[in-house]
Design a binder for this molecule. Structure first.
Ligand code: HEC
Length: 98
């Protein structure tokens, strides 16, 4: 699960996100404490739809990131869950030297 999530994260998310530091988008560490999985799955599939629904958290976040839109992803719930498991496994790890 974590290994699958690692690959999915690198292929789809790493250009804009790291777990422990802000890149284009927010650091994803602690995301499961901030948001329920029932919010995270629709968000990853289509964040603009969540923003358009008027969800307070989504609108505030979108405005904070200068209305930069996160792309939509055609990932299954299982794949998104794997990404979340990978993120949880990396929380608090030292930021990788680049
Ligand atoms: C092109 C850049 C980009 C890519 C690729 C991207 N994101 Fe994002 N993401 C953002 C931005 C920017 C935000 C801030 C919200 C906004 O502006 O819409 C965000 C916000 C988020 C949030 C909410 C964070 C919080 O602190 O509440 C989560 C969760 C998230 N992204 C997960 C993912 C996952 C998982 C992937 C890969 C499947 C991914 N993102 C790919 C740019 C991106």
């Amino acid at each position: 699960m974590i290994v699958a999530g690692d690959v999915l994260f690198k292929n789809n998310c790493a250009q804009c996100h790291a777990v422990n530091e802000q890149v284009v988008g927010p650091a994803l560490a602690g995301i499961r404490q901030r948001r329920p999985v029932s919010w995270l799955i629709p968000w990853v599939k289509n964040s603009s739809k969540v923003v358009a629904s008027g969800d307070d958290y989504a609108v505030a976040l979108f405005n904070k990131y200068s209305k930069q839109q996160m792309p939509s992803f055609t990932l299954s719930n299982k794949e998104i869950t794997a990404i979340l498991a990978y993120v949880a496994s990396q929380e608090g790890m030292a930021v990788a030297v680049r």
